[in-house]
Design a protein around this ligand. Structure first.
Ligand SMILES: [Zn+2]
Length: 335
C-alpha cells in the first residue's frame, strides 16, 4: 500500500516535469518586496502546486493535496513538509495582507522537496563519503554517564558504511579509527575521492540537560542567518558563500532527517541551516547529522546501546538511499 502511494506520488511529480518550462515558471511567481527580501504569497504557492490553502484561526497556514501537506507557522522560520520539520531561511510574514514566504525559500526549499526530479537529474550518486566527527585528542561531546561522541559516531558511521556497501555504493570514511583529523582535511579527502554525497555524523550537547532529539544540517544560504541565529540578524559572516549544491543538499538533508526520525523515534528538531565548515566546503551535496544529545540523560542512555546506535545508522543510510533512488528515477524520467 505504502509503495503504491509512493508510486503515485512519483507519477504525479513526473507528470509535472513533463510540462516544459515548469522549472522556469517557479521564478515567474509574483513577489513583493518586504525589507531587503522578496516574498511570494502562500496563496500563489498553493495555486502553483495545485494545493488547497487554508488559514484557520491561530498561528498556522496549511497547503494540502492528496499527496502533500505543508504546514507553515506564521512569524516563524519553522514549517513542516510532509511530516518533516524544516527550517526556512526567513520567517513567514504578512505581505500586503497575505501570509508569505521568501522567494528564496520557495525556490531553494519548497520546490526541490516537492519536485525533486527537476533538480537531481544531473547528480551523481555512486561515491559516498562518511565523516565521523572528532577523533583522537578531540573527544567531542561527553555525556555524564561517560559516552564519548568520537567513539559513538565512529560506531554509527561503520554501520552506515556496511549498509551502503551492501547496496552497491562506493563508500569512503574520513577516519575509521580513533584519530584526529583537521576539518579542512575532511573536505580535501572528499574531493580526492570524488565524493558524490557527503555525510558528517555527530552527537549533540547543550548547556542544559533538557534538549533532545535529532537534527540534520545543511549549509546556510548566503545572506541568511543560521537556524540558531536570531531571525532578523544579517551579519557580515552571513554573506559568505554557501555550499554550491543548495537544492540537492536540502533534498539529501530532508530525506536523512525523515528517515532518521522514523528509524529512531526521536524528537524531530528539523532540517536546519548552519555554517559548518565540512558541509560548506564539501565538493558535493552535503549534510551534517546530529544523532541525539549526550547532554540529555535519557538520550545518552539510549546512545550507549548498540541497538540504538544501529537505529541511527539505519536512518542515515535509508535517507542516503532515498536520495540515491530519487536521483536514479530523475535520470530515468529525463529533464
Ligand atoms: Zn560533534
Amino acid at each position: 500500500m505504502k509503495r503504491w502511494l509512493l508510486g503515485c506520488f512519483f507519477l504525479v511529480l513526473s507528470s509535472m516535469t513533463c510540462l516544459d518550462g515548469q522549472a522556469a515558471a517557479i521564478t515567474d511567481l509574483k513577489s513583493v518586496a518586504v525589507g531587503s527580501d522578496r516574498y511570494v504569497s502562500l496563496k500563489d504557492v498553493a495555486a502553483f502546486y495545485g494545493l488547497s490553502l487554508s488559514v484557520p484561526p491561530g498561528r498556522f497556514v496549511y497547503l494540502r493535496s492528496k499527496w502533500n501537506i505543508l504546514e507553515f507557522e506564521t512569524q516563524s522560520r519553522q514549517c513542516s513538509i510532509n511530516g518533516v520539520n524544516v527550517w526556512l531561511n526567513a520567517p513567514v510574514v504578512s505581505a500586503r495582507g497575505r501570509w508569505s514566504i521568501t522567494e528564496t525559500d520557495v525556490r531553494k526549499v519548497v520546490d526541490p522537496i516537492l519536485r525533486p526530479h527537476a533538480y537531481l537529474g544531473a547528480r551523481r550518486y555512486r561515491t559516498v563519503v562518511i565523516d565521523p566527527g572528532h577523533g583522537g585528542l578531540d573527544r567531542g561531546a561527553k555525556g555524564r554517564a561517560g559516552v564519548e561522541e568520537k567513539r559513538a559516531v565512529l560506531d554509527i558511521a561503520k554501520s552506515v558504511r556496511a549498509i551502503l556497501v551492501n547496496e552497491g555504493l562506493r563508500v569512503y570514511m574520513t577516519r575509521d579509527t580513533d584519530r584526529f583529523i583537521e576539518l579542512a582535511d575532511r573536505s580535501y579527502k572528499a574531493t580526492q575521492w570524488g565524493a558524490d554525497i557527503f555525510v558528517s555524523i555527530h552527537l549533540n550537547a547543550a548547556t542544559t540537560s533538557k534538549p533532545r532529539g535529532v537534527e540534520t544540517y545543511v549549509a546556510s544560504l548566503s545572506g541568511y542567518p543560521s537556524t540558531s541565529s536570531p531571525a532578523g540578524s544579517r551579519t557580515k559572516a552571513e554573506s559568505f558563500s554557501a555550499n554550491r549544491f543548495d537544492h540537492s543538499s536540502d533534498l539529501l538533508g530532508y530525506y536523512v532527517q525523515k528517515a532518521l526520525v522514523q528509524s529512531t523515534g526521536a524528537d524531530d528538531r528539523g532540517l536546519r541551516r548552519a555554517r559548518f565548515m565540512v558541509v560548506k566546503n564539501s565538493p558535493c551535496p552535503a549534510v551534517l547529522v546530529e544523532g541525539g544529545f549526550l547532554s540529555n540523560k535519557y538520550e545518552e542512555q539510549k546512545i550507549s546501546t548498540s541497538a540504538y546506535r544501529q537505529s541511527i545508522a539505519r536512518g542515515i543510510a535509508k535517507g542516503v538511499l532515498d536520495y540515491v533512488n530519487t536521483v536514479k528515477k530523475a535520470q530515468v524520467a529525463g529533464p
